[in-house]
Design a protein around this ligand. Structure first.
Ligand SMILES: CCCCCCCCCCCCCCCC(=O)SCCNC(=O)CCNC(=O)[C@H](O)C(C)(C)COP(=O)(O)OP(=O)(O)OC[C@H]1O[C@@H](n2cnc3c(N)ncnc32)[C@H](O)[C@@H]1OP(=O)(O)O
Ligand SMILES: CCCCCCCC/C=C\CCCCCCCC(=O)OC[C@@H](O)COP(=O)(O)O
Length: 287
């Protein structure tokens, strides 16, 4: 087939998809989410050879390449990020970064602010998403088995040693799963054990609620603005395993307060909580 016909075909298909998306929000939602996944695949196809050629294999240095590719994604979805507190990442040496996790779209917000030498903790199932799993592996993502606390704890204590030896920051989503209820889930303790074991600071990062522009339940996915705030580091020098619960609570409360402020909602009240989910952000795609 001639290239001219192919271009015409692609243009007509795009127009058709656009009309369909306008006619039905549900179709628009699926198309936009599908487009996001396709961008991840295409981005990975670009990033894998770049990472292999420039850095030779699995290394945190590949995150720079991945970051620069992913940072372009937001323009396809009309998303804007307003970032405050980037200077709080400027701590000497390793640290644990903790942030709220609302959707697979978080990857864009993550790459928007990701400091150098920083890897994420992810569920091991992500490794099996083909080329996207491969790029996560090459970027140095630490995969854990959430179904086995013993195995996850073993991986995390190994990380406590290597992050100090290799001067790497580790980004953990302490809710342990995607949550778009408009509030926080209780925090798991792994990130805080890790910070205390390695005696490194915890840097909390908070993203405002997505609920005004993204809601899988009502099939809403429009353009929108996300406020991001990097909070001052919380020191853990001298803390012991007895302090894990206190540290977890402190981070949870500080981050939750900030979340409500950034989301332009009144301060947390008991009527808003994960027990009364308004929005569910999990998708069947990445279980
Ligand atoms: C170019 C295109 C690109 C496209 C692509 C690019 C991609 C490049 C970006 C990738 C981005 C990925 C992003 C992934 C995002 C997720 O995959 S999020 C899901 C995975 N992450 C997590 O789960 C992290 C958070 N979870 C934790 O930290 C959990 O604590 C653990 C470690 C998994 C354990 O789970 P659990 O057993 O359910 O949790 P928990 O109740 O906290 O612990 C049970 C007990 O063990 C204790 N414990 C926990 N951890 C420890 C420990 N380390 N030591 C001692 N005791 C411990 C607790 O204290 C608790 O005991 P008690 O205090 O109750 O007595
Ligand atoms: C041969 C494999 C076929 C599978 C093809 C899948 C293609 C996937 C393409 C794009 C996926 C985009 C990945 C973006 C990375 C986002 C990571 C993420 O946010 O994972 C969710 C995880 O934090 C929590 O999972 P749960 O909420 O507990 O569930």
């Amino acid at each position: 087939m001639e290239p001219g016909w192919l271009l015409w075909g692609a243009a007509v298909l795009l127009l058709l998809l656009h009309v369909l998306a306008e006619l039905s929000p549900a179709v628009g939602f699926v198309l936009r989410l599908g487009w996001y996944c396709l961008l991840c695949v295409l981005g990975s196809l670009l990033a894998v050879p770049a990472c292999l050629l420039l850095n030779g294999g699995r290394t945190v240095r590949n995150m720079r390449i991945i970051k620069n590719i992913v940072k372009a994604f937001k323009y396809f979805f009309g998303l804007k990020f307003e970032v405050k507190g980037l200077e709080n990442f400027e701590v000497e040496g390793p640290a644990i970064v903790v942030s709220n996790h609302q959707s697979i779209l978080d990857m864009m917000g993550l790459m928007e602010v990701l400091p150098d030498n920083c890897v994420q903790v992810g569920k091991k199932e992500l490794l099996y998403t083909g080329i996207v799993g491969l790029i996560m592996y090459l970027g140095g993502v630490i995969f854990i088995n959430r179904k086995s606390t013993t195995s996850a704890k073993m991986v995390m204590s190994e990380v406590a040693k290597t992050m100090v030896a290799e001067n790497v920051k580790v980004w953990v989503y302490p809710e342990g799963t995607r949550n778009c209820t408009g509030d926080f889930l209780p925090f798991k303790k792994g990130a805080f054990h890790l910070a205390i074991q390695a005696q490194v600071p915890v840097i909390p990062v908070v993203y405002s609620s997505f609920t005004s522009f993204y809601n899988p339940k009502t099939k809403l996915f429009t353009s929108g603005k996300i406020k991001v705030e990097i909070l001052p580091p919380i020191e853990t020098k001298g803390l012991t395993s007895d302090d894990v619960s206190d540290l977890t609570d402190r981070c949870y409360h500080t981050m939750r307060e900030t979340f409500f402020v950034l989301s332009g909602r009144p301060s947390p009240s008991e009527q808003w909580g994960p027990d009364q989910p308004d929005v569910w952000c999990g998708t069947a795609l990445l279980v």
